[in-house]
Design a protein around this ligand. Structure first.
Ligand code: F0G
Length: 359
């Protein structure tokens, strides 16, 4: 066990699949020490686990290798999901690998370009719903129930089984349990999955404590944060979620109650960050650490920056931020933020001139 490479299937004994899995070699993503950003924030032990390094560029691949394998194991003939983009890209790829047709419902006009491109190219039937993600999820749940299609949103428990391996890998790579694990929260599946997995490791006796589970949402879409800060017994949906981080533009997180348990039982917390803070951190990660992530992913690190500035966390903590998806997922948001390339005539003189060099 200890000699197996770090990946989702390293942990196969505590995953539900018993057939040869449908795999694209997911997991085993890098854990980076954020030396420069950590120093700036006064956090010497700040790490990022780069889930954008998965086969389709997001953590969803961990859930889909298990979820699509289970669909095959259970003899399902077709699969479906609603998605803010990454789940659909991942489902499309794994359904292709598994040889089953996939249907994906996307909120029309609200999905980043790279994700739509992936879902289309991997051959899913891509449907753009004139409505938001929450409505798309309602529709696909209904469709699957009535027509025997296998639903692969995070209401499917097998998806979460795959995603729990993020926590296992973080512990293995750090060599210890981090004090705090920070995740961007949309539908709240991932934070619930990671908590569940670490609870299992604790029950099995592999670890003796849990990290403080910390969820970060966008200010325009923060029902979980409101429930935590208001000590509410349940998450109250947000009717009109809005944020530049379209991946987490979700008002009614289906796993909200599980996330409340994860945060409360571990002494964790939840916080929100503005779109400006998200984009500033996306640039900082790219330019100070060489880590390219999409906006939703930058939310976890932006949230830690805010929490430390507000004095809500201890500077000595060992903190692992999960950065969930790759920079190339959302090229349009990148292009909108950065100055355009400097176009020049094809001469040495023009080149030297823009670089302020003399010949
Ligand atoms: N980060 C990214 C890049 C995501 O795509 C998502 C969710 C999250 C964070 C939040 O994870 O929903 O488990 O709390 N994306 C889903 C999708 C909703 O359809 O791709 P969560």
């Amino acid at each position: 066990w200890n000699r197996r490479p770090i990946s989702v299937w390293r942990y196969r004994e505590i995953l539900p699949v018993t057939i040869p899995p449908v795999t694209l070699q997911e997991g085993g993503t890098p854990l980076y020490h954020l030396e420069r950003l950590g120093a700036e924030m006064g956090l010497p032990h700040l790490y990022a686990k780069h889930e954008g390094m998965n086969p389709t560029g997001s953590f969803k691949d961990r859930g889909m290798t298990v979820g699509v394998s289970m669909a095959v194991q259970l003899g399902m003939k077709s699969v479906a999901c609603a998605s803010t983009g990454n789940t659909s890209a991942s489902l499309a790829a794994y359904a292709a690998k598994g040889g089953i047709p996939a249907v994906v419902l996307l909120p029309a006009g609200k999905v980043a370009l790279g994700k739509v491109a992936q879902a289309l190219m991997h051959g899913a039937k891509v449907i753009a719903v004139r409505g938001n993600f929450d409505r798309s999820l309602e529709m696909v749940r209904d469709l699957c129930l009535k027509h025997g299609i296998y639903l692969l949103n995070s209401v499917n428990p097998y998806r979460l089984e795959g995603q729990k391996t993020i926590g296992f890998e973080a512990v293995d790579q750090l060599g210890d349990v981090p004090d705090r694990l920070v995740l961007p929260v949309g539908n709240a599946g991932n934070i619930s999955a990671v908590y569940k997995g670490l609870r299992e490791l604790e029950t099995l006796g592999f670890i003796d404590r849990l990290p403080m589970m910390t969820g970060i949402q966008a200010a325009g879409s923060q029902p979980l944060v409101q429930a935590i800060q208001g000590s509410l017994p349940a998450v109250v949906p947000e009717a009109n979620p809005e944020t530049v981080a379209t991946a987490i533009r979700i008002g009614a997180p289906v796993n909200g109650e599980k996330a409340l348990i994860a945060i409360r039982e571990t002494g964790g917390t939840a916080a929100s960050v503005t779109d400006e803070e998200i984009l500033a951190m996306q640039r900082d990660l790219a330019q100070k650490e060489g880590i390219g992530v999409e906006p939703a992913s930058a939310a976890s690190v932006a949230g830690i920056k805010k929490l430390v500035e507000e004095g809500r966390i201890d500077r000595d903590e060992r903190i692992v931020c999960v950065v969930t998806g790759h920079l190339l997922k959302d090229p349009e948001t990148v292009i909108r933020q950065c100055p355009p390339p400097i176009e020049i005539d094809a001469t040495e003189q023009a080149l030297l001139s823009v670089l302020h060099l003399s010949s």
